[in-house]
Design a protein around this ligand. Structure first.
Ligand SMILES: NC(=O)c1ccc[n+]([C@@H]2O[C@H](COP(=O)([O-])OP(=O)(O)OC[C@H]3O[C@@H](n4cnc5c(N)ncnc54)[C@H](O)[C@@H]3O)[C@@H](O)[C@H]2O)c1
Length: 374
């Protein structure tokens, strides 16, 4: 009997190809698992009006964690246009399945390691090793948005003196996205970062927001972080930065940073910036982690222009699998897989197009799988 039950969610486009690559590596490690394939992605939006069907959510609940490839998503007008004729006009509206996964399963922590593996010619500088902790369920990406802004919402806003001046535009011309954050949400992401720093002997935790402008939400994040730092982790240095300056400093002095905590949207921006410092989307993996479930993914999308070509780099997805193994407590396998990735990068014999090579997705996977067996 297999030891683990994994939900296998390839999704759209190159998501299918990179998860196939992951299987080569997990099989080489003799990882014992049932892979339960679930439906997710654009096809299910078009045919069922739901990119994350209920049967997939049910399947997830019967597994320990999920491996996710990538999905395609499109702006509102295109999404509406591609919806099956028989579903049109029935009140279906597109919502990103990955955002829904994070919210429905309360996967509050998005952990994105960005490590410059020695010898990767795409490294901005050798030695970069940053982990971004992005709050995953609240803030600007929580999806609490209005257009037009309903009268009762606007009336409530007008209890704030700065809202009144928008009245002259007319409610139908106003769009609004909210940045709602909770003390609990801030505490959770800050604590996850400190716990990680403690476990892995990392040198510091930096809290990044914009409390001088976003005084209430940014202020809540900073005050909560200070409290947790003082009471629970005062042996680990904590720094505070503003998001704009942090972007500049990450490029200027990347070695000054270790674990960085940020709200949902700021964390999204910081993770893409950090990913590019260590080779780009072909190397960027993430764990969406909750209290008792987690979804592991490469951070790239479905890359339509390469779909079906087996050309993209599977290393991001393979590193996501290493994060999954670690989370499952299979630490020896997680370590072996990461070392195999590092060895193939260092040797530089097998390289996908983004590494200026001509090898395919599966050739890269096989090279890493072979190292896993050494
Ligand atoms: N988590 C997700 O599933 C996710 C994330 C981002 C975008 N998307 C969706 O994916 C679709 C395409 O979006 P996009 O083109 O902006 O982003 P993308 O990440 O799919 O690809 C952008 C470009 O990055 C490069 N790239 C991506 N993955 C790579 C890899 N593994 N190896 C080498 N190069 C790689 C390619 O040049 C590609 O054309 C859209 O529908 C978008 O909404 C999904």
């Amino acid at each position: 009997m297999a030891k683990h039950d994994i939900a296998y969610l390839p999704g759209d486009g190159v998501g299918v190809e990179v998860l196939e690559a992951v299987r080569w590596c997990l099989d080489a490690l003799d990882f014992s698992a049932n892979y339960n394939e679930g439906d997710i992605g654009w096809k299910y939006w078009c045919t069922e009006g739901n990119a994350l069907p209920d049967r997939t959510l049910k399947l997830l609940k019967d597994t320990e964690c999920a491996l996710f490839g990538a999905i395609t998503s499109k702006p509102k007008q295109e999404a509406d246009a591609e919806l099956d004729l028989k579903l049109k006009g029935k009140g279906f509206s597109y919502f990103s399945p990955i955002v829904r996964l994070r919210q429905e399963l309360n996967l509050h922590t998005n952990m994105r390691p960005c490590k410059a593996y020695p010898g990767n010619l795409l490294n901005y500088k050798e030695g970069i090793n940053v982990v971004i902790f992005r709050e995953n369920t609240e803030g600007l990406y929580a999806g609490i948005e209005f257009h037009p802004v309903p009268g009762n919402v606007f009336d409530a806003l007008c209890t704030h003196p700065k809202a009144k001046k928008f009245e002259r535009f007319g409610l139908e011309n106003l769009a609004m996205s909210t940045r709602l954050m909770s003390r609990q949400g801030c505490a959770s992401i800050v604590r996850q970062a400190f716990l990680f720093a403690k476990k892995h002997s990392r040198k510091s935790v930096t809290i990044c927001d914009k409390p001088n402008v976003l005084r209430e939400t940014g202020g809540l994040m900073i005050r909560t972080a200070r409290e947790i730092h003082e009471k629970e982790f005062n042996d680990i240095p904590m720094f505070e930065t503003n998001i704009d300056a942090q972007c500049m400093w990450l490029v200027k002095n990347p070695f000054d940073y270790d674990c960085i905590v940020a709200e949902n949207m700021f964390g999204d921006i910081l993770s893409d910036l950090s990913a590019q410092l260590v080779g780009g989307l072909g190397f960027a993996s993430a764990g969406n982690i909750g209290d008792d479930y987690a979804v592991f993914e490469p951070t790239h999308g479905s890359a339509p222009k390469y779909t079906g070509m087996y050309k993209v780099n599977p290393i991001a997805a393979i590193l996501a699998a290493s994060l999954m193994l670690d989370w499952l407590g299979e630490t020896e396998m997680a370590d072996r897989l990461e070392k195999a990735v590092a060895a193939v990068i260092k040797e530089s014999k097998v390289r996908t197009y983004d590494m200026s090579g001509t090898n395919t997705t599966i050739e890269m996977a096989k090279a890493i799988a072979a190292k896993c067996k050494e």
